[in-house]
Design a protein around this ligand. Structure first.
Ligand SMILES: Cc1ncc(COP(=O)(O)O)c(C=O)c1O
Length: 481
């Protein structure tokens, strides 16, 4: 597809190439760079801003009808992994809006892409009328996905949960009238009424009528697998799946795979476990849907299915978060009939431009592979946790349910102080926030401290600085101070 911006014959293309416009964008980028470069380290709130910040927080609470999880309102400026809040404080952002800002804060290249796209005639594009960005974004995702899977097309949408809704509709339609779904224990899929029902979290569906029939499979459990022996563990899971299939013959439309569980606790699995389940799905005509909304871009390959070499099994993939705009990818066989997918918005031109810039950087930035930047950061993260635990074993009491105090995959990082007790982990996250490192928790018990750091811009030398604060914060949380 020829981008409109390269077409010399349109006025729009001429505007995009206009030297005065480009000089103005350079000037803006330069100003932001100068301001951003003043942010160099963590600091507390600036004197005189505390009262205004408290009032802003109250207004946010009033507008939302409930308080914020963290007292976080950004100032609009940051520098890499550091972000400034509206009270003037600066913190290490190790959670990035739950995985959205992989290239951190005030990134020059993404700002430039956003500025260019913001000169387009409209902000939001739709399924009826759109500039080229939406299609180029979809095309780029398919180009990358195709390298190791059968993905043929992508339908763009506005949020992760909408990408999942579209994935489910595609699976339902292909296998109609099959109406059941199979999902993993501890899965998370988003917050529509349907996805809240499938997500394995009772609190997320309080008061919702239940009209989706979901059957749950155990996610791979390293401790149990070790106890039983790997092959027996897989046989047990296959027996479990066969029972569902036998109990409801031809009624399952899809099995939803989160290859590294996000909200569920950054749980990982062996390839063999997934292969066994996916082969059984294939044998019974059940779609294999891979929800990569949290994993995309973050494992040792761009797609988690590539990392696990599972591309041949996948029928549908949903992506989001780091991609800015979201999408559902599917094979030729799963291309739905006209009329199934649509909606007013596909997204904002700025989202497509920034999303494409991100994917291009992921492709060419040396992030993937055994020696890639992501693997390097993950190894350093583990080293920092182990060193911390060696210095303070009292912070990491043994708990038979926890295979390891440090875990996750690539840019999905977790560690488990305080035996994974919910209250203590939440308290630890709050103390770390106050001290200057923003994390969040994950898991349903044991609970873990979770990091989704901006590995796109993080430097190796940032880790000891982050962990110096983590150490201080955990000691403070432990002491109850
Ligand atoms: C695996 C997974 N699926 C779906 C979603 C929903 O995405 P969104 O919050 O953008 O709707 C999330 C969000 O955390 C997720 O982690």
């Amino acid at each position: 597809m020829t981008p409109t911006t390269n077409d010399p014959h349109t006025l729009g293309a001429q505007l995009a190439g206009n030297p005065a416009l480009n000089a103005a964008i350079d000037a803006i980028v330069g100003e932001v760079r100068a301001a951003s470069s003043e942010i160099t380290d963590v600091r507390g709130p600036v004197e005189g801003l505390a009262e205004g910040y408290r009032r802003a927080m109250e207004r946010a609470t009033e507008a939302r009808g409930r308080g914020l999880l963290y007292p976080y309102i950004g100032s609009g400026l940051g520098n890499g992994a550091l972000v400034e809040l509206a009270d003037g404080s600066v913190k290490w952002d190790m959670i990035c809006g739950i995985g959205v800002q992989f290239f951190g804060h005030s990134d020059e290249q993404l700002l430039r892409a956003a500025l260019h796209a913001s000169t387009e005639d409209v902000l939001k594009h739709g399924n009826l009328q759109s500039n080229a960005g939406a299609f180029e974004f979809a095309e780029m995702l398919v180009r990358e996905a195709k390298k190791t899977s059968r993905m043929a097309h992508a339908f763009v949408s506005t949020s992760g949960v909408m990408a999942n809704e579209n994935a489910l509709k595609i699976c339902y339609q292909k296998h109609a009238p099959a109406s059941r779904v199979i999902a993993f224990q501890h899965c998370f899929m988003g917050r529509t009424t349907t996805m809240s029902q499938i997500g394995d979290n009772a609190a997320a569906r309080v008061g919702l009528p239940l009209n989706v029939d979901a059957d749950y499979m155990p996610f791979y459990d390293e401790v149990a697998a070790e106890r039983m022996g790997g092959t027996k563990y897989i046989d047990m899971a296959l027996m479990h799946l066969e029972q569902y299939i036998g109990r409801y013959p031809n009624q399952h439309s899809c099995f939803i795979f989160e290859l590294v569980q996000g909200e569920g606790g950054f749980n990982t699995s062996t390839r063999d476990y997934f292969v066994a389940l996916m082969e059984m799905c294939r044998a019974h005509g059940i779609a294999v849907w891979d929800d990569e909304i949290q994993t995309f871009g973050r494992t040792d390959r761009m797609f988690a299915y590539e990392h696990l070499d599972l591309g041949e099994y996948i029928d549908v993939v949903s992506v989001g978060k780091m991609t800015q705009a979201c999408a559902t990818l599917f094979t030729e066989q799963y291309n739905p009939k006209p009329g199934l997918l649509s909606g007013t918005f596909t997204g904002a031109g700025v989202e497509f431009a920034v999303g494409m810039s991100i994917v291009e950087r992921l492709v060419s930035g040396g992030y993937y592979g055994e020696d890639g930047k992501i693997a390097g950061h993950h190894a350093e993260f583990r080293r920092q946790v182990r060193a911390l635990a060696a210095r303070h074993p009292e912070l990491f009491p043994a708990n038979g349910e926890i295979a390891d105090i440090v875990g996750g995959q690539g840019g999905m990082m977790r560690f488990t102080p305080f035996g994974g007790e919910k209250d203590k982990i939440i308290r630890a996250c709050n103390v770390l926030f106050d001290e200057g490192v923003i994390t969040f928790y994950c898991g349903h018990g044991p609970y873990h401290v979770r990091m989704l750091p901006p590995l796109g811009v993080m430097k190796m030398e940032d880790w000891p600085r982050v962990f110096e604060i983590v150490e201080r914060g955990l000691l403070k949380a432990a002491s109850g101070a």
